[in-house]
Design a protein around this ligand. Structure first.
Ligand SMILES: Cc1ncc(COP(=O)(O)O)c(C=O)c1O
Length: 428
């Protein structure tokens, strides 16, 4: 088939009839498939089952400082766990706080604290006369945008380039004192799989925002989540760059073991400057006596060190890589000649972004739903769920089995073809 853009109305009509027959074939199969969320599959979860055996009723549950992990205490996390998570995100243990099971919760917590009590002596955001403004590189992570929407912030789209957010725009917008922060997923971003270049990281570290309480929310969720041994993205460490730039307090950096061990039962951490750590721990001491140290100990005894984590990530990659490659092959096979879509080819992380050339993403997602395939709703990767081009569809290949993934890709590419052909036919 030639490029749809070059087809006559008659040719498009014939193509639509053919595609609708295929559509009916899939409809009669009563499928139930899901590519909506970036969840590890069962085989990935099984990789961490041995972690359940490192502690038992006769285990010594004292951490290396001699503290009994079963009891209260140790607000910011046990030292060996700080070291392990610090090594994962290249930060000294003194600049780490260990939390509970979710980094998203830590991000919410940081915004909530800034909103109710302010940042390092600045006015709390809830007492400002106007709503806080927040920069949102797009497409981005829907749950980030949900947090800033929940607090009533005005979210401003920042286009993503192939090397990170449009920094000219960021540098311009932070001259406004009401701009208090930016969401960043700097490595293998959700959903494009982009890694910020060294130049972009340096420009971030050198920002001079008008607001003293402006913070970069640096969500390093996919720091060690490579798909390949040889083709790995490199991300410059930002806290160190901030220090060099004389901006040590500018960044809150987040991570978790959600996609290393068990999402929901992993460990989350925040890394930041000494001053920020002090302020946050003061507030934390009101909130809790300490998080789950037994889980911290369990993770450390399972991995031992960063090498242990890297070995585990290779096992994850062995499961994930064929899934990513299957999706990319199917897209190539079914879409590349037609010039109706393009897509990202990440070296890591959990997502592939598919972009429809025509504004049909919401119709594609609806068709897929009708055929039994659940996708992330169109627009999810944009603040307020508004994709200005109705183009982006986030693909999460990790959860379905390979056979299901192939059928899911057939349905998805069929729907992209059908909706693109219909759009072009109606606009001829
Ligand atoms: C960029 C990003 N940050 C955070 C999370 C959630 O992390 P956690 O399980 O630590 O809350 C996800 C999950 O998909 C994610 O993609």
């Amino acid at each position: 088939m030639k490029k749809y853009q070059l087809c006559s109305k008659e040719e498009l009509n014939l193509e639509i009839e053919k595609l609708e027959k295929e559509y009916d074939k899939y409809k009669s199969m009563n499928l139930k498939l899901n590519m909506a969320r970036g969840k590890p599959c069962k085989e990935q979860l099984d990789l961490s089952m041995a972690m359940m055996d490192v502690l038992n009723s006769s285990a010594d549950l004292n951490c290396e400082d001699g503290i009994d992990c079963r009891n209260y205490g140790v607000l910011g996390g046990i030292e060996e766990c700080k070291r392990l998570l610090g090594d994962i995100i290249e930060v000294p243990s003194k600049n780490i706080i260990i939390y509970g099971n979710s980094s998203l919760d830590v991000m919410y917590e940081c915004i909530s604290r800034s909103y109710s009590h302010g940042v390092l002596g600045e006015k709390p955001w809830c007492k400002l006369d106007k709503p806080v403004k927040w920069l949102c590189p797009v497409p981005g992570y829907d749950r980030h945008f949900a947090i800033t929407e929940y607090f009533g912030f005005e979210m401003i789209n920042i286009p993503m380039n192939s090397d990170g957010p449009d920094m000219d725009m960021v540098e311009e917008l932070i001259k406004d004192e009401m701009v208090k922060g930016i969401w960043c997923v700097p490595k293998y971003s959700n959903p494009d799989g982009t890694t910020y270049s060294e130049e972009v990281v340096k420009r971030f570290a050198n920002l001079k925002p008008a607001a003293k309480d402006f913070r970069i929310y640096w969500d390093n969720a996919y720091s060690v989540h490579h798909l390949y041994d040889d083709n790995q993205d490199f991300l410059l460490e930002i806290l160190d760059e901030c220090k060099k730039a004389g901006n040590p307090d500018l960044v809150y950096k987040f991570t978790s073991t959600s996609k290393i061990t068990f999402p929901g039962s992993g460990i989350a951490a925040l890394a930041t400057s000494d001053r920020n750590i002090e302020e946050i721990e003061n507030q934390m001491g009101i909130e809790t006596i300490g998080f789950d140290k037994v889980n911290q100990l369990r993770h450390v005894r399972f991995f031992k060190n960063l090498d242990g984590v890297k070995k585990q990530m290779k096992l994850h990659a062995n499961i994930l890589r064929p899934k990513f490659e299957l999706v990319l092959d199917e897209f190539d096979k079914n879409l590349s000649d037609l010039d109706i879509a393009w897509w990202t080819k990440p070296h890591g992380g959990y997502f592939i972004s598919l972009y429809c050339r025509e504004p049909v993403a919401s119709f594609v997602v609806k068709d897929c739903k009708d055929l039994g395939l659940t996708l992330t709703p169109a627009g999810s990767a944009y603040p307020y769920h508004l994709d200005p081009d109705n183009s982006n569809i986030r693909i999460a290949p990790s959860f379905p089995a390979l056979d299901d993934l192939k059928v899911a890709c057939e349905i998805l590419t069929l729907s992209v073809k059908l909706e693109s052909a219909k759009y072009l036919y109606n606009n001829k």
